[in-house]
Design a protein around this ligand. Sequence first.
Ligand SMILES: *[C@@H]1O[C@H](CO)[C@@H](O)[C@H](O)[C@H]1NC(C)=O
Ligand SMILES: *[C@@H]1O[C@H](CO)[C@@H](O)[C@H](O)[C@H]1NC(C)=O
Ligand SMILES: *[C@@H]1O[C@H](CO)[C@@H](O)[C@H](O)[C@H]1NC(C)=O
Ligand SMILES: *[C@@H]1O[C@H](CO)[C@@H](O)[C@H](O)[C@H]1NC(C)=O
Ligand SMILES: *[C@@H]1O[C@H](CO)[C@@H](O)[C@H](O)[C@H]1NC(C)=O
Length: 496
Amino acid sequence: MEKKAHLALLFIFILSCLATDQSHGKKQTEALGHLYKAKLKKNSGIDTSHFEAIQDVNEAQVLPQDWMKERDRIKRLPGQPHVGFHQYGGYVTVDKSAGRALYYYFVEAQHSKKSLPLLLWLNGGPGCSSLAYGAMQELGPFRVHSDGKTLYKNKFAWNHAANVLFLESPAGVGFSYSNKTSDYVNGGDKRTAADNYLFLLNWLERFPEYKSRDFYISGESYAGHYVPQLAHNILHHNKKANKTIINLKGIIIGNAVINDETDVKGMYEFFGTHALISDETSHQIQKYCDFSPSATTQSDECNVAFDEANKEVGDLDIYNIYAPLCSSSNLTAEPKKTSIENFDPCSDYYVYAYLNRPDVQETLHANVTKMKYDWEPCSDVIKNWEDSPSTIIPLLKEFMAKGLGVWIFSGDIDGRIPVTSTKYSIEKMKLPVKTSWHPWLLDGEVGGYTQVYKGDLTLVTVRGSGHQVPSYQPARALSLIKHFLTGKPLPNTSQS
Ligand SMILES: *[C@@H]1O[C@H](CO)[C@@H](O)[C@H](O)[C@H]1NC(C)=O
Ligand SMILES: *[C@@H]1O[C@H](CO)[C@@H](O)[C@H](O)[C@H]1NC(C)=O
Ligand SMILES: *[C@@H]1O[C@H](CO)[C@@H](O)[C@H](O)[C@H]1NC(C)=O
Ligand SMILES: *[C@@H]1O[C@H](CO)[C@@H](O)[C@H](O)[C@H]1NC(C)=O
Ligand SMILES: *[C@@H]1O[C@H](CO)[C@@H](O)[C@H](O)[C@H]1NC(C)=O
């Protein structure tokens, strides 16, 4: 299991030796670094062209789901405190002949579940689990104690604002699997988006009360690809059918991979301006490295500067440059004192222990086929990634043209896909400003900054937050999602 490895971005191969501590399993950063290194080289065979929707949905893959909802009901998770909302977990088959099934975990809203929207959350990687991060360390209703076997409540859970669906995707991530092992080497963005779409169609058969509900898609990191690509498939098929098959209203992505060139440029700039690397190294990188999608190789000077940057950044948590590191991967006999406001950097280990317990897997209706490997927060079994467009900006433009809500947020102390990257990527869209940059407030403090572009696209920063915003700034994250879902601008004043 790799700690902190939600996205092993490009070039970040240079940093892959940083996020150390791999007591179980492999290093996600290496796997992904590998993907992106290949992507940067251009001779890898990875398709970086624009994303295309799946043209035909095989109706035969949309199956009746009678009784399955009740079968998936989770009465109570092992070690769980009492709660008043319903939870469900189980598999949805997305390809019957391959034997490919995706695992979901669903928590109904804490109140008004009949009127609040349906919100899907996706983590990135590629290869990282929405159960590991989204559900158990970020916005889900529970967190795992340091004993690895009991749970405590997250009072800032997003099911205060929506019915929240977590999906482990693609097959090979977490409990999601395929019986056809070649699926683990020939997947990529396109198949992920196609499977996610088929998952939704089937899931809505299983939970028909959500069929016409307002639907939103959220996610972070490499889900900057997954979220828009799934949204694109939904819009494409609604249009083709000339009816609203899925009632998509908006998307929201955080510290997201948007546009390779600006993502990387912004990352090195962040390192330089946050005193993680020297001015000399910064200048060398600016001068000699070419991050444009047309670059095929980097000069020796650039490679030397990369190595130098790697050394200079040192052994810190690049996903939150000011966070403490986890000093011991051991569980504790008694739960440590917890604080939702003060994220425990060892949480990955607690979640790993909890989700690998046979009683937990049974209660979750997970791992029914008794897989031969452990549940991991980031996949060990996905070995290759075939397609990954260099930019998703055209998709964002499409959503704006179609009147969807488009929000982009950024925890401002993440060094992996930092706020500088996000700002450069949005700048690339050349949008006129509608509401100028200003602070937004929560409880009398600046929660971050926001700017709205004509169109409408909303940029929101979350002050003092690393890559996983709901982990590091849970109250601000909840305020952010509430405003997004209700379409209200974040407040300039302390009320609301
Ligand atoms: C995968 O194979 C196992 C064992 O044959 C089977 O029980 C399971 O239903 C298959 N999964 C799917 C999604 O078909
Ligand atoms: C689409 O549906 C609307 C009614 O919902 C109808 O007026 C229109 O003619 C349909 N368009 C096509 C191309 O079938
Ligand atoms: C962690 O557990 C191992 C094995 O039980 C033990 O040797 C080690 O001292 C423990 N480390 C800490 C920091 O408690
Ligand atoms: C599935 O269950 C088997 C048998 O209990 C266990 O060894 C394996 O680690 C589990 N794998 C996953 C992915 O949950
Ligand atoms: C917040 O401040 C901005 C910039 O000063 C302004 O344009 C906007 O109208 C204000 N919003 C509210 C809700 O007061």
